[in-house]
Write a protein that binds this ligand. Structure first.
Ligand code: AMP
Ligand code: ZN
Ligand code: FE
Ligand code: FE
Length: 279
């Protein structure tokens, strides 16, 4: 059993349609794939239908933009009901914030001497309801200011970078509660990736388990080195958290995140399914 529980389609900032993503997951030999687009459930029906056609189990997921005292924290929601009013309302606010920050980013980019227009960005956004920095990066590539998304992040768009603009997100404890209210499981994505250990120290993870019944943390992720994975795995065992592993695949949008490059233990996935059946 090969299980990859965190991927993105062009319904957010990946580059494959949901159907293409599912077919590729099948082609590389995965048995289970979770589609977890940023702050939207819109790709799930297509992905599940394609999964039925090609014979791969598709898990309904979503990656919710949360924060802790202003620092970004991503919460993966599995099996959450898109119609749950509290979660749906907050997701709509988050998506509005994504669009609302665009003018500010474009003003900064113009000041930095790498102008792109809103129309150029929206051409990259296409049908996605979730406008992301990778779309702005794609516009910068298109115009010829940078070679790839990574250069756009490194020079301009990364958190705290010269063209970074704050956007609305949900406090992580509230985000976990909303996912639970919607009947889903909450798993913190790449908790210690990109030097983020200080944002989510063990004491905070312990509090989120105790006070908000956090279900799991992503341990095997490309943003965690071997030593970080080991410490996170030990912490998960201590706190009774499910430890997942995933690619965070973004199609051509992210190198070194091939489908199935990290996977989730089948026993962990079984436990996730048991918990979902109980909700
Ligand atoms: P946004 O949804 O607009 O906050 O952008 C988040 C997306 O950009 C996610 O797919 C991240 O993987 C990607 N991202 C965030 N920071 C970086 C970074 N420093 N380098 C490359 N990609 C990044
Ligand atoms: Zn993304
Ligand atoms: Fe993420
Ligand atoms: Fe992701």
């Amino acid at each position: 059993m090969r299980i990859d529980l965190h991927t993105h389609s062009l319904i957010s900032d990946g580059t494959d349609t949901p159907g293409e993503l599912v077919r590729k997951a099948r082609a590389v030999g995965l048995d289970v794939v979770g589609l977890t687009d940023h702050d939207t459930f819109d790709g799930l029906d297509e992905a599940v239908a394609e999964g039925g056609r090609v014979g791969i189990h598709v898990v309904r997921g979503m990656e919710l933009s949360c924060s802790r005292y202003g620092d970004s924290v991503h919460v993966l929601a599995y099996g959450a009901d898109p119609a749950s009013p509290g979660l749906a309302a907050e997701m709509a606010r988050v998506r509005d914030g994504r669009l609302g920050r665009l003018a500010g980013v474009l003003a900064k980019l113009a000041e930095l001497g790498v102008p792109v227009t809103e129309a150029e960005v929206m051409a990259q956004v296409g049908e996605s309801p979730s406008v992301g920095r990778p779309h702005i990066a794609d516009a910068l590539i298109q115009v010829g200011h940078v070679r790839d998304r990574q250069e756009a992040f490194d020079r301009f768009l990364a958190d705290g970078g010269p063209a970074h603009v704050h956007r609305y997100t949900i406090e992580v404890d509230r985000g976990i509660d909303l996912v639970h209210e919607a009947g889903g499981l909450a798993v913190i994505a790449h908790p210690w990736g990109r030097g983020r250990e200080h944002v989510l120290p063990p004491s905070l993870l312990e509090a989120l388990v105790r006070d908000h019944r956090l279900d799991g943390i992503e341990v095997d992720h490309q943003d965690h080195d071997a030593e970080t994975r080991q410490r996170l795995r030990a912490l998960a065992a201590n706190l009774g958290l499910l430890a997942t592993g995933s690619s965070d695949y973004h199609g051509a949008g992210k190198l070194d995140h091939d489908l199935g490059c990290n996977t989730t233990d089948p026993e962990v996935f079984d436990e996730m399914q048991r918990r979902l059946a109980d909700r």
